[in-house]
Design a protein around this ligand. Structure first.
Ligand SMILES: Cc1cc2nc3c(=O)[nH]c(=O)nc-3n(C[C@H](O)[C@H](O)[C@H](O)COP(=O)(O)O)c2cc1C
Length: 441
């Protein structure tokens, strides 16, 4: 193990020396112009290669409609200058919500989503002038084993998992979601895609990462006597069939997926994990899955890794853990390089797929240089940022206008936003937006 350290680089040379000392492959480009090249995606044009990642805000109003703070967050993202805004995990029914304040797309909340999309397009257009507007993707989700629709854990699981069940004290006799319920859920996702199109979104993402229901299905080898468990075909059925249903029902919508390529849970309970050593990934199944999904209409893939409640640093390298969490025995640059490598493997395997890279916020002012290096090497088509967008929503304009980021506005990877999410929201940056967001006592 390489040992955790907080970000303390005083110069580019120190940063590059650390990468070399850790024997990591993290590209770096002095020239960042590649970030500002437009990108064609399914008949649209993205004005540049920068994206805002999905970020749950837990600030919905009654019934799961976007609330006042939701509008504020997305207005800031609209003005970010990014070519793509990937909306946060949005529930499709009450029982699959991550908390009582999660957004919920339904007939009752559809008009509020429409207003939100209109507001985003209008603010983005005002700021961007004649540049094309950002492409908007909505993330559709079922929180599965981490569901808390009324604030207390109410897990819905696809398989028992000795590594994850103890996190929420799930007893051995807790029932599994039935095949029938999963069949119905496919239709709920497909209907939601129709509503997303009606609301004005360009695309939808069937969220399949971070241990939530659809990603748990991908790992459900121990689910017996089920059309959704055991074999690779069965485990990927939900994602494959739902993708096909959306393609048929809403032909012009962009079909995307946020896919957890490697959850790091030991086999047989993990997805993308090497059978012999859980510290390594084995991408043969994720690659086979993406091949199938591409045939069914997938054009946009946002990659991620880990399960926040299990190994949070695999998905978002940090300086400080969430309140009550522990510091991993891994250098954050190791986490960054893992995410860069995963994206690159998929992009090289599927050159015509638009792959979005993840895990850049920890890099502070070096993020644009690593991002540009990745693009130059063909390691991704687009680069997304998560926590940085909470802290510094107009970062893309600063990069375009001034060629550099303002050190006083950067994300400090302090996990404050993640702590707020765990506490039930609302979520934002505790450091850069502190008049609005505070830690609960
Ligand atoms: C508070 C918080 C909320 C998040 N919400 C979502 C979400 O709704 N959907 C999702 O796929 N990822 C979510 N993520 C993960 C981010 O999209 C992103 O993958 C992660 O933060 C790593 O990128 P970064 O290093 O730029 O922050 C969330 C992360 C944080 C910190």
């Amino acid at each position: 193990m390489s040992g955790h350290e907080r970000f303390a680089f005083k110069s580019r040379e120190e940063f590059l020396a650390k990468i070399a000392a850790l024997s990591l492959e993290i590209p770096f480009s002095h020239d960042i112009d590649g970030l500002f090249r437009s990108f064609p995606l399914a008949g649209r044009t993205l004005p540049n290669r920068l994206a805002v990642h999905p970020l749950e805000g837990a600030d919905a109003g009654p019934g799961g409609a976007p609330g006042e703070l939701t509008f504020r967050r997305y207005r800031r993202f609209a003005e970010s200058g990014c070519g793509l805004i990937w909306f946060e995990a949005t529930a499709l029914h009450e029982e699959g919500r991550s908390n009582p304040n999660q957004l919920l797309l339904s007939k009752q909340t559809l008009d509020a989503f429409k207003r939100l999309v209109e507001m985003i397009r209008s603010f983005a257009q005002k700021r961007a002038g004649r540049n094309p507007s950002p492409v908007l993707i909505l993330q559709l989700t079922h929180t599965g084993r981490f569901s808390k629709p009324r604030g207390a854990p109410a897990p819905i699981i696809a398989q028992h998992n000795p590594h994850l069940d103890p996190l929420h004290k799930i007893p051995p006799d807790h029932p599994l979601i039935s095949d029938r319920e999963l069949d119905d859920l496919q239709d709920i996702f497909a209907r939601a895609a129709g509503m997303a199109a009606e609301a004005g979104f360009d695309g939808v993402d069937i969220k399949a990462c971070h241990g939530y229901l659809v990603s748990e299905l991908l790992a459900s080898r121990s689910r017996e006597n089920s059309r959704y468990g055991g074999s690779f075909d069965n485990r990927t059925r939900f994602l494959r069939e739902t993708t096909a249903k959306i393609k048929t029902g809403v032909p012009n919508i962009i079909i995307a997926s946020r896919l957890g390529l490697y959850d790091s849970v030991p086999c047989p309970y993990g997805f993308g994990t090497d059978e012999k050593d859980a510290a390594n990934s084995d991408l043969s199944e994720p690659v086979a899955l993406v091949k199938e999904l591409s045939k069914k209409g997938l054009t946009l893939l946002n990659i991620t890794a880990g399960i926040p409640a299990y190994r949070p640093h695999y998905g978002r390298p940090f300086d400080k853990p969430v309140r009550g969490g522990s510091v991993p025995d891994e250098h954050p640059l190791t986490g960054v390089s893992r995410l860069v490598r995963l994206a690159s493997r998929l992009q090289k395997e599927f050159p015509s797929l638009a792959v979005v890279g993840t895990g850049y916020s920890w890099l502070r002012r070096f993020f644009p240089h690593v991002a540009a290096g990745v693009l130059t090497n063909g390691g991704a088509s687009l680069i997304g940022v998560g926590r940085l967008a909470y802290a510094y929503p107009d970062f893309a304009w600063d990069l375009m206008d001034k060629g550099a980021l303002d050190p006083k506005k950067l994300c400090l990877a302090c996990s404050g936003c993640s702590t707020l999410l765990r506490a039930g929201g609302p979520v934002g940056c505790l450091v850069r937006d502190k008049t609005l967001y505070r830690l609960p006592r």
